[in-house]
Design a protein around this ligand. Sequence first.
Ligand code: HPA
Length: 272
Amino acid sequence: MCILDKINKAKKYIQNIYSTEIDVAIILGSGLSSIVNDIKDKTVIKYSDIPGFPVSTVVGHAGELIIGNLNKKKVLVLNGRFHYYEGHNMEAVTFPVRVIKSLGINKLIVSNAAGGMNKDFKAGDLMIIKDQINLTGDNPLIGKNVDKLGPRFPDMSECYNKDLIKLAKEKANELHVKVQEGVYVAVSGPNYETKAELNMLINIGADAVGMSTVPEVIVANHMGMKVLGISCITDMAIPDKLEPLDHEKVIEVANKSMIKFVSLIKEVVKDI
Ligand code: HPA
């Protein structure tokens, strides 16, 4: 089946359940799912019920699409995402973003857990993503371009929208939530980085490293969506101070930052 038909099938399935216009979509990263509790009048759709959706395999990723009201806005939340390291190809990793756009949603908030490589950061900080580097070794736009979705050579000069960044900073200020700002680099994972790799990532200009987000943001830009990205710095990934890391620790720190994250997202959504 061609990608347009696949997208259309998923779109129709969702629209049969929920057909009202939606203001913004939010992709939740590892350990950042509690915002779901604040959504009112929820419609919950299991990924496994949506035609064409892959199935998430990571602990801490629920695998549900939730539509409802958050701070007087209609939001669609993807609770659980698909990672390249799970063995999904890039088309599968980014399929939910294609479907979101087909529902008429033009604004996307992406979030993730990331390792902090900037010496001014500390574990538990939130970082507004100002730009990104794709070091996954792949690209979701490789292959024949589907012109109905976007151009062959999409512009990425403002892959994270300036106005949304400004809004997020203002809201963080009002809430007295300290936010960092920086460049997010995506690697394929699933291993965490070696010290030599971290040295390289710092040298190429990245402030935070993770294993997601970049493919989705490329596809969102391909389709002309406006994107805001927020990383939760769950661990410090500084080569000479590197400590052993595991997924449980990442989830634990992300969970601790969840209150800040949720309050910021709620405020941003209100004025988006
Ligand atoms: N590296 C890569 N991915 C991550 C990290 C990290 O240190 N922390 C959370 N996700």
